[in-house]
Design a protein around this ligand. Sequence first.
Ligand SMILES: [Zn+2]
Length: 224
Amino acid sequence: MKAILEGLKTFQTTVFERHRELFERLRTKQDPQVLFITCSDSRVVPNLIVQAEPGDLFTVRNAGNIVPPRGQSTGGVSASIEYAVEALGVRDIILCGHSNCGAMRAILHPETVAAMPRMAAWVRHAEPARQAVRRLYPDAQEEELMERMVEQNVIQQVKNLLTHDWIAGRVRAGKLDIYGWVYDIGTGRVRGLDESGEGFCETAVGAPGSPDEKLMLFELENPG
Ligand SMILES: [Zn+2]
């Protein structure tokens, strides 16, 4: 805790002063363009990764960057997303998973959360992703299983976002784009869900890696 309080002092005496104008501007309003949904993991720092300033990202974090689908969504995650979309009118949603995610391990190995009933219940929102991994990569070993689990979970949570009418409606109207990202902690690289909504490619300026949400919506509404 000592380091935290020393950090606070440095912020107030040095950093805040340097950005005084910005904080003054933000005093009574925020106008973020991006909703960033990611894991609670301490190694994932959204503002650092995309070099965003205070006021730029509306951030929702939870174990496993999970978005409960329509009908199972009365908690804080859905409320925060609803606020970002309806009240703040964000233009983009980034759903960002990451390498070495403990929540993904919990999904693959339920015994690791056997003594944590709330965690076990929470990660059930990612169960379709686990099934997809088992189906698509039946022979994968542990390390690859984890990587694929992170990816399939990102795909599943983008789909879960699209189950909400108030998100799907804006996507259809071209007022909202959804990006699925995987952040690699050890390299700093980010891979984005590609046009097909099934694969991932390197995300960079000019090659944002955006899925075709309308295609994903169509597939959600017309399963099989
Ligand atoms: Zn995580």
